[in-house]
Design a protein around this ligand. Sequence first.
Ligand code: MG
Length: 361
Amino acid sequence: MLHYFKVSIPLIQEFKTSFGVQYQREAVILRYYDGEIEAFGEMVSDEYPGYSYEFNDAEIIVIKKYLAPILKKTQDPEEFSKLTEHIKGHNMAKAALEMMLYDYISKKEEKPLYKFIGRTKGYADVGISIGISSIDATISTVEKAVNRGYKRIKVKIQKGHDIELLKSLRGKFPNIPLSVDANQDYTLKDLETLKKLDDFNLEYIEQPLGKDDFIGYTKLKKEIQTKICLDESIESPESAIMYIEAGIADIINLKPGRMGGIGNTLKVIDIAKKNSVGLWVGGMLETGIGRSFNISIASLEDVKLPGDTSPNDKYFWKDITMEVFTMENGRIYPFNNPGIGVTIDYPNFIQVMKDGEKIID
Ligand SMILES: [Mg+2]
């Protein structure tokens, strides 16, 4: 039996990026139940196609019409991925189901997901991603994050909110591991600004140009020293190969929910490892369900850089899952219960649920 549920969870604080301001997280949760095992997946698309062309209402159609029928043929995630190859794109929708199947088979084998995947170091190093606000407010958030033990601070930037912000931050925190994420806000017309970023000893600049601006990145790479981390550009193993072989991607922000699932993520990890490309796991304001998948991937031994896999309490007052990830000395540990190891807090879930439907009997 397959259900989808749309939930809308208010954020503690609005999250502003160069795409816009978000006040709530509208997540699509998938639930598969075979009479014994209950497995979950979470789609990382949003209400609005700003981060990617994929958005919730469209992907629900793709799931209902094209992806869910494949579940009747197989419950094996690798097989499922093969059988969905003929459907172009829609990697967020594919990932939601593929990852749900990883939860399902690891529960069937009674292993926690991170042990089922293997190659684990047993924990994830945690960084923080700080949305756009005033310089003073950002300084105070950074101060709290440093005190809380986050291993890397990342601030969102956009045109006109960059150099002054970094001057202030570096003035106050000269030595912290600091990076910036532009969420595609710049073009080569902003080259002079992008070059100035070299002055701030950043770990990397994430996604400065458009996600498909391959030529722009080729040119930018020759002009700046700061490492380039790609996020939105890496939608699949194929795009990872393209940006790695061209020498553009120094670092990749892995998001299994964006890249078609865990199978594709493991492929990207292998390609990156062969080419000495750094890796960390990002987040899409996931609930405890998506967060648990991300933490399992972030705990792989080849994922060496601190990611954006924050504890649950950073974004939501109350999550839809019972178990809460907490951070100890900048580390988060995956749960040891079978699968993703989280259970649904149904009273809270029902409160935030907007919509839902049975897709398969
Ligand atoms: Mg990003």
